[in-house]
Design a binder for this molecule. Sequence first.
Ligand code: ATP
Ligand code: MG
Length: 285
Amino acid sequence: MDKLKIAIQKSGRLYEDSIKLLKDCSIEINIGIDKLKTTALNFPMEILFLRDDDIPQYLEDGVADIGIVGKNVLLEKRKKIQIKETLGFGKCRLSIAVPKSLIYKNINDLNGKRIATSYPFLVREFFEKKYIKAEIHEISGAVEIAPGIGLADCICDLVSSGSTLFMNGLKEVETILQSEAVLASHLHLGSPQNIIMDKLLFRIRAVKKAKNNKYILLNVPNERLEKIISYLPGIKSPAILPLANSECSSVHSVVNENDFWGIVENLKALGAQDILVLPIEKIIL
Ligand code: ATP
Ligand code: MG
């Protein structure tokens, strides 16, 4: 039977979330001890476990059909592959950081500096756009220690909380890319693989939509119903159900996570009672 080969990170920051995404899409896998590859139990899919840096090349060559990788790695490697979906995890930024003691006014202060990075292509491209002439030193790991040991004056590396920079006496001064994990694919998938990928994308989109929304239920005195439902979007419109107590109704709706607290505060102020909030597993429109 035809299978879709997906490459995911073998271990590291994207591993857990990649496995969880497959699980949320109801794809069951058994992870063996050697963890080189495995087959899904209930979906036509083979999972290859690789170093994240190698995934773009495998996708270009068609060794893997699709893969989960950081946008940062994908853009640095410049392989001929296609982004199919952003995945909302592995969020970080690629930033330039300088020693805390350096007085930094603007980007021109980077002229003539030595910069250590694992992202030489993206850094060069950024400097060219800004007309900065700096010396780029490519190193593959522990970039943040480079200024401390005299290897470079500043660095460009991935940052999420900034605590690693802080611990190494550095401060973030420019962001060159906002990144997150993406699902990318080989450019010329066979027809069976395309069909399976579309099934997977359908599930991923349903899971993503569900994560961004909450199901809310509230009791509303009937005289307040009209005002309250004007604040509630719902997927089509809110559902209204009668209660045994004929003075109140139960209102059900779906609200976006980002607008959630604002909506709840308004509902409460307008007289909504007993507000329940539930997570949604999947939304299929
Ligand atoms: P591998 O052994 O697979 O080469 P790695 O050490 O290169 O792993 P990780 O540190 O596991 O890579 O990071 C994998 C990806 O996680 C990064 O390329 C990036 O997209 C994402 N990421 C999210 N937050 C961070 C962060 N704070 N620091 C580094 N990477 C992050
Ligand atoms: Mg890597």
